[in-house]
Design a protein around this ligand. Structure first.
Ligand code: UT7
Length: 331
């Protein structure tokens, strides 16, 4: 049996750090409010002129070097983002160009905070068919250009940060290692709870000055609804994963959760009756980096020497769509 394994991983955040106090200088918020409601202390913002594909490129270079391959060995690129370089073409194509490699397949995945998990699952399927040897799976975001830093947008603007994370997925003949399981979901009836209302293709033209005047290009979020559904679905998906895979909490070394809000992850841990320490976090320093959050956390955890061969990781995510899911990965 062929499994896909992470042959290399890497991440990148732009150098500029923006603290909660910095945001409090722009809108009516405070370090205390942001910290107690979310656990976030600071985030990184890209400078003007930096594209999502630029952050993806840095993370990809690191993952490719870590895998011990060259960029030319990559034969498929999957890039997850909700902040693409442009409406079209896909940002994966931009990344292929910046990697300066010959033409390869490029796929953009638009599944927001669950985007990396969806991409990993698709990459795994591609590797297991035997058709691809080095699938580059990237999550990258430049949120800072699309946030409303006035009081009107403060509930969303304080949450997000920019960054990128990447892995190289390759085949392995060892049936006990690699991506052992994944399960994905989406429920579109909650689309309006977290979305950007710009680009309404049913309207002719689909983009007007009125859209900008009415601030439709900024995200709109019903935070409480997102929060409640996130907790319910994440608890449910963890329970299903354990049940269907015949494993228990004791088998799992760490939970690598999407980094939206520390309270969400703590409540999930509490409802499951699991120690909170099993759920790893780095959102304190990066905020919510959407599709990048899971590979960023995975890369840091690996680089800190916290993961050993044989460790079982449970990856979980929930986000706009609504979309959610889980994966089990044996290191
Ligand atoms: O990856 C998925 C992405 N999104 C999420 O996961 C978000 C999920 N939701 C959340 O994390 C939380 O709902 C938030 C952190 C966004 C908000 O926390 P909350 O405890 O649900 O606060 P709230 O929306 O009920 O707002 C409480 C108060 C309100 O004031 P009043 O009506 O009580 O006077 C808000 O206007 O806090 C106010 N508020 C703020 N105050 C200071 C909202 N945003 C801010 C802010 N700073 N940035």
């Amino acid at each position: 049996m062929v499994r896909s394994v992470i042959k290399g991983l890497g991440s990148y955040v732009p150098p500029k750090v923006v603290t909660n106090d910095d945001l409090a200088g722009l809108m009516d918020t405070s370090h205390e409010w942001i910290l107690t409601r979310t656990g976030i202390e600071e985030r990184h913002f890209a400078e003007e002129g930096v594209y999502c594909s630029d952050l993806a490129l840095e993370a990809s270079r690191r993952a490719i070097a870590d895998a011990g391959i060259t960029a030319g060995d990559v034969d498929f690129i999957i890039l997850a983002t909700l902040s693409p370089d442009h409406h079209f073409p896909g940002t994966g194509c931009g990344l292929q160009d910046k990697l300066e490699i010959p033409p390869v397949a490029c796929l953009d995945v638009r599944n927001q905070c669950t985007g990396f998990l969806y991409s990993l699952t698709v990459g795994d399927a591609l590797v297991r068919t035997g058709a691809y040897q080095n699938v580059l799976v990237v999550g990258a975001e430049v949120h800072s250009s699309g946030l409303d830093f006035t009081n009107q947008g403060r509930d969303v603007a304080v949450l997000f940060g920019d960054g990128a994370g990447a892995v190289v997925l390759s085949p392995s003949p060892d049936p006990d290692r690699g991506l052992l399981y994944s399960k994905l979901y989406a429920e579109g009836k909650h689309a309006k709870a977290l979305c950007a209302n710009v680009w309404d293709i049913s309207r002719k033209p689909y983009l007007t000055k009125e859209d900008l005047d009415q601030r439709r290009h900024f995200p709109s979020m019903d935070g409480k609804t997102v929060f409640k559904h996130a907790v319910t679905r994440l608890v449910e998906t963890v329970k299903n994963t354990l049940e269907t895979q015949g494993i228990s909490r004791e088998d799992i070394k760490y939970v690598i959760p999407h980094q939206a809000n520390m309270r969400i992850n703590q409540i999930v841990a509490d409802r499951l009756g699991w120690p909170r320490e099993m759920f790893l976090h780095n959102m304190q320093r990066y905020g919510n980096t959407t599709a990048a959050s899971i590979p960023l956390l995975l890369d840091e955890t690996y680089r800190n020497g916290m993961i050993s061969k044989g460790d079982l990781l449970l990856v979980i995510a929930f986000g706009a769509g609504f979309t959610w899911g889980s994966a089990l990965y044996r290191w």
